[in-house]
Design a protein around this ligand. Structure first.
Ligand SMILES: *Cc1c(COP(=O)(O)O)cnc(C)c1O
Length: 369
């Protein structure tokens, strides 16, 4: 029997309704401008978002995955190299590494923060290792001082996957600004989302910025002068205009997310469920509110029967996916494997209503095995 949905995991229409006038005006303005790709909206957004992150340069691209790919390329990563990342954060960082021809090498995560465990990084480093991609998962930064210390000592590049961490911070520094490059996605469900696909790389390294700017546009230094082998990965004017409107609200959206997380934290009290903890070193922006439960599938069924939608981020460790089975065996990541069976994401987005938040909490509290 299909139950009526009382609480959707996410309803993006609510945010659109709340900023509709400004968004519609921004889109119309681009439509009548006659300039649709890489124009003044993109320039302005690159400037505003990189400044927001505390980085010197911003390079708009077509998606978060391509932001990672182009950042790796710009750092000189190529076939035969190895790049360290985590296997519990979905496949984009793995996809980006493989696109360069390099080999992804997995490091397990910290069971408290779900982020890369710095204590395990050194063991994964070989002569071929050239870079680390820490993923700031669920809206919380990885322990970047520890990551940076290792990278500095071993001469490795750091490319931050900040696709779930717009506005998150670590010891006062914004996600994306702590490595050689920081990569963002503006997929509609992200903390800052557009109405299509989009992405951006921030960096404070002028040479890297210039190279990435060329790489996203066929490697051109100027028209038909190809300095590098690049691709077509450009942010369009409509998405940039939409993002400029929404960037003004990002901090208030993130505050709202933190408030909802706090309400869940105080209302949910079921001994079968572990709630997420924010590490004291930074600001968590709760892209996702992820609980863990040993009886995850039963909990999910209970929520569904009571009209509460939930999702799993992510149900399989990357190297256990069929397409990536060749990556299995190098380093097993038992913490990631256990988490993939226990994590459950509850509805959390800035426009959620108090009644919905309370209903989710009460439903969770009624769960028994
Ligand atoms: C969304 C996401 C990406 C990829 O972004 P796309 O724009 O969908 O390509 C990369 N890494 C993480 C952790 C993400 O959540």
């Amino acid at each position: 029997m299909e139950n009526k949905k009382a609480v959707a995991f996410l309803d993006l229409r609510r945010q659109y309704q709340s900023v509709r006038k400004d968004i519609d005006a921004a889109v119309k303005n681009v439509l009548s401008s006659g300039r649709y790709v890489l124009g003044k909206e993109v320039d302005a957004f690159e400037d505003e978002f990189s400044r927001y992150c505390g980085s010197r340069f911003g390079i708009g691209v077509a998606s978060g995955t391509e932001a990672l790919y182009l950042a790796l390329l710009a750092c000189g990563i190529k076939a035969g190299d190895e790049v360290i990342t985590v296997p519990n954060a979905g496949i984009p960082s793995t996809v980006a590494i493989e696109l360069t021809g390099a080999v992804p090498v997995f490091t397990d995560v910290d069971p408290a923060t779900y982020n890369i465990d710095p204590a395990r990084i050194e063991k994964a480093i070989t002569r071929k290792t050239k870079a680390i991609i820490p993923v700031h998962l669920y809206g919380q930064c990885a322990d970047m001082d520890a990551v940076r210390k290792i990278a500095f000592k071993r001469g490795l590049k750091i490319i931050e996957d900040a696709c779930q961490a717009h506005g998150a911070s670590y010891k006062g520094r914004r996600a994306g600004s702590m490595g050689d490059a920081g990569c963002f996605s503006f997929y509609p469900t992200k903390n800052l989302g557009c109405y299509g696909d989009g992405g951006l790389i921030v960096t404070s390294d002028k040479r890297l910025a210039e190279k990435m700017r060329m790489l996203r546009d066929y490697g051109q230094a100027k028209r038909y002068v190809h300095e590098y082998k690049g691709i077509n990965s450009r942010l369009d004017e409509i998405q940039a205009a939409i993002l400029r409107v929404k960037l003004k609200y990002l901090d208030s959206y993130n505050r709202k997310r933190a408030e909802i997380a706090e309400t869940y934290g105080s209302m949910i009290n079921n001994r079968l469920i572990d709630k997420p903890e924010a590490a004291p070193y930074g600001k968590h922006v709760f892209h996702l509110y992820v609980v863990t439960c040993r009886q995850r599938e039963r909990l999910r069924g209970h929520l569904m029967r009571n009209g509460v939608e939930s999702l799993v981020h992510y149900p399989a460790t990357v190297y256990l996916q069929k397409a990536y089975s060749s990556l299995k065996g190098r380093n097993s990541c038992p913490v990631s494997e256990v988490l993939s069976n226990r994590v459950l994401s509850l509805p959390l987005y800035p426009e959620m209503e108090q009644g919905e938040i309370e209903l989710v909490s009460r439903t969770i509290n009624k769960f028994r095995v």
